[in-house]
Write a protein that binds this ligand. Structure first.
Ligand SMILES: NC(=O)c1ccc[n+]([C@@H]2O[C@H](COP(=O)([O-])OP(=O)(O)OC[C@H]3O[C@@H](n4cnc5c(N)ncnc54)[C@H](OP(=O)(O)O)[C@@H]3O)[C@@H](O)[C@H]2O)c1
Length: 260
């Protein structure tokens, strides 16, 4: 019994430290990503080691979100709680798409991805899945009443809206990619307002998750996503202006319509 108590205290201690580190990382990520163009896709460049096909890279680096969930969730104290199971659904829906469907939709003309970048993303996904899944399956105390709360309902609606925007925008971009053809100016819908609606949708999704779970784990993931994708959207936006100096729409913002 004392041994079990010891294990529980150790896990709680590890979880709290990991959570604090994630919050710090969310803030810290903003600085390097504002100065360093993460070298994949249009910003690929030599010096980051060998690369692999983007399809394989996306599958491998996103895979921890699925196998870590399968390993961790059943061991949580709340694993048979219906509210925890319902909270698991949006997380899985996003990552089943990102890990298993999105890679298949990447066109053959897309740039190879450095193994070093894929390895960093793999580690991040392992770590983040531990935080999110351990919270909803073990440390979060969700009652059935939570599903009727304004936070859960608003969060779910925000999450679904973000996911629709993200899926739609990625589909437009993927359909523009043709082998032996360069990049094109995306047009239509939210692309008339911002250069990166796919990133905007992704950030909105995890804002919804933070509301739905009403947790520091969810908040830290939302902040990390914004800190990671916000600067990358600015870099994409500048790149479009450099590539298409005359033709790129001047009124288009980088990430948030009318704002940024
Ligand atoms: N949660 C997070 O922190 C996080 C981090 C990274 C990515 N993501 C998500 O993962 C997804 C993909 O991210 P990403 O950074 O690869 O997005 P991206 O740079 O917008 O590229 C998406 C795909 O579309 C192609 N593409 C983009 N713009 C194009 C254009 N103007 N003309 C022709 N083809 C174009 C790209 O080809 P190339 O690869 O050849 O450029 C790539 O295959 C997004 O939904 C994003 O939100 C999430």
């Amino acid at each position: 019994m004392a041994e079990l108590d010891g294990h529980i205290a150790m896990d709680k201690n590890l979880y709290n430290r990991a959570l604090k580190a994630m919050l710090a990382m969310a803030v810290a990520t903003f600085i390097p990503t504002s100065f360093i163009k993460v070298p994949y896709g249009r910003h690929s460049r030599p010096g980051w080691g060998p690369s692999i096909s983007p399809r394989l890279a996306w599958f491998l680096m996103e895979s921890p979100t699925l196998w870590m969930s399968a390993l961790l969730f059943p061991h949580g104290r709340m694993s048979s709680n219906p509210t925890s199971l319902i909270l698991l659904m949006p997380f899985l829906a996003h990552y089943i798409h990102r890990c298993c469907i999105y890679p298949l939709r990447i066109r053959s003309g897309s740039k190879p991805l450095p193994i070093s970048i894929a390895a960093m993303a793999f580690l991040f996904n392992t770590y983040n899945t531990y935080l999110q899944i351990r919270w909803i399956s073990h440390y979060g105390n969700y009652t059935a009443g939570w599903l009727g709360s304004p936070m859960f309902i608003a969060g779910l609606l925000v999450f679904i809206t973000g996911m629709i925007i993200n899926l739609w925008a990625d589909s437009v971009l993927l359909s523009l990619r043709r082998e032996n053809e360069g990049y094109k100016i995306p047009r239509g819908g939210l692309f008339e307002y911002v250069s990166c609606p796919n990133y905007f949708g992704e950030i909105v999704e995890w804002l919804g998750w933070a509301l739905m779970t009403w947790s520091l784990a969810g908040l830290s993931f939302f902040l990390y996503t914004a800190a990671n994708l916000g600067p990358r959207a600015a870099v994409h936006h500048d790149w479009y202006h450099e590539q298409f100096p005359e033709r790129y729409p001047k009124s288009r913002k980088a990430l948030i319509p009318f704002v940024y």
